[in-house]
Design a protein around this ligand. Structure first.
Ligand code: ATP
Ligand code: MG
Length: 294
């Protein structure tokens, strides 16, 4: 087993298992105590990711969709920034999903996500996603009421139905060659408080703080219940969730990078083979270049 596989596997949620977030320690660092060692491994995985992405792009068959969900200040933005620091920007796209617009509310909830799916050969990142539809929308019934869904369809089964629809959608993507990996950055309530205070105290971080974040924090337990149910119901073999410890940013970044490297490694990516016709063309082109005077 590769180190990337070994490091990320404990955080992967098995399909069909009951999940208790209480059993997942946000401060876990997989017995890695030296940040320097973690940084070395992160650099190694970023380099490996760049190699693999180059093949993914050249081969132009598979696509990779990475989904990030978390409470505020869990470190989504930082994880995305660090993990993708070595990859070719041309073959990578990031979308952040905010409160839906009036136009978006006039469609089904997957519509806006579908428009942002990565193309083959690329890595697409969703910073928040359609999973908000079973998180913030579940915690705040008034958001659901605003979604204009016909009343007979809003039943007590709505969350169960959404889990099923999301799983079907992801299976469809998977059968088309799009690999999906989902990350829940599991920060503790205590660490969130520390990071909020930091944002309030440091002028250069003030912009990151919103009073709305405090209101969501008040609903912490409701969110944790929603996350538990969501992860247990939508972690599948082809689109698994990873519950990533998020109290130590250096470890979060490493664990996410390891999961991505492991995923790409398992695709057996390779540069496209040159057929005899193409080889003749390349040889002819070489001759022309060598024969030219300048
Ligand atoms: P930051 O880390 O910069 O705060 P953020 O992802 O929290 O980034 P915000 O603009 O603060 O970005 O918040 C986006 C808000 O949009 C979140 O509160 C999220 O719950 C909400 N949101 C996202 N998708 C939906 C949705 N489908 N329905 C309702 N609200 C949504
Ligand atoms: Mg926010």
């Amino acid at each position: 087993m590769s180190w990337a596989s070994k490091l990320s596997k404990p955080y992967r949620v098995e399909h069909g298992k009951k999940l208790r977030l209480k059993d997942h320690d946000p401060a876990d660092t997989a017995k890695l105590h030296s940040q320097e060692r973690a940084q070395e491994l992160l650099a190694k995985s970023v380099a490996r990711m760049a190699e693999l992405q180059d093949k993914l792009y050249a081969q132009n068959r598979w696509g990779l969709l990475l989904i990030f969900q978390a409470m505020d200040a869990a470190g989504k933005d930082g994880a995305i920034k660090h993990v993708m620091s070595g990859v070719n920007p041309q073959a990578c796209q990031v979308y952040s999903f905010k409160t839906p617009s009036a136009e978006e509310l006039d469609h089904d909830y997957l519509w806006r996500n579908m428009k942002c799916l990565p193309e083959r050969g690329r890595i697409g990142i969703f910073n928040r996603s359609y999973y908000e539809e079973v998180l913030v929308v579940r915690v705040h019934p008034e958001i659901l009421a605003n979604e204009k869904i016909p009343a007979p369809l809003v039943t007590k089964n709505i969350w169960e139905n959404r889990f099923q629809d999301i799983c079907s959608f992801e299976r469809y993507l998977c059968r088309n060659g799009f690999v999906i990996r989902k990350f829940f950055l599991n920060v503790s309530k205590k660490e969130q408080k520390r990071r909020f205070l930091d944002r309030l105290q440091q002028p250069e971080k003030n912009w990151k703080f919103s009073v709305a974040d405090l209101h969501e924090r008040e609903r912490w337990d409701d969110y944790m219940n929603a996350y538990e149910e969501m992860i247990a119901n939508t972690s599948t073999p082809h689109a698994p969730w990873f519950v990533i410890p998020a109290d130590n940013k250096w470890f979060t970044r490493l664990a996410v990078a390891a999961a991505i490297v492991d995923t790409l490694d398992n695709l057996n990516l390779a540069y496209p083979k040159v057929d005899p016709q193409k080889r003749r063309e390349l040889q002819a082109a070489r001759k022309v270049l060598l024969g030219s005077s300048k």
